[in-house]
Design a binder for this molecule. Sequence first.
Ligand SMILES: [Zn+2]
Length: 103
Amino acid sequence: MSLPKDPTKHAAYIQSLHDAKIGGTHPSYLRRVSRICKQCGKEFFVKQSRIDDGRGIFCSRGCFGKWQTENKSGANSHNFGLVRTDATRYLQSKAKLGKKRGL
Ligand SMILES: [Zn+2]
């Protein structure tokens, strides 16, 4: 019935809705703070409570993902150097028993 959404157009549309509301009178938009994305350098708006939480660093999950790829892979990964022991291997295979995979 409907055409598939163009994800870039959809994101731009959602952003335009947000932009229109910034500076508006709705309470949830009144306390938004301007931030610069750590990955792309774009300005975006985030609630103060998210900043207090230590969040609000990236403008989108996409930028967070790119940043992780560049900064948290290989030797920088929190999983780097971890080895699956025989015991772990056994437990993991047991956990998968009876579960359909890829079907
Ligand atoms: Zn960004």
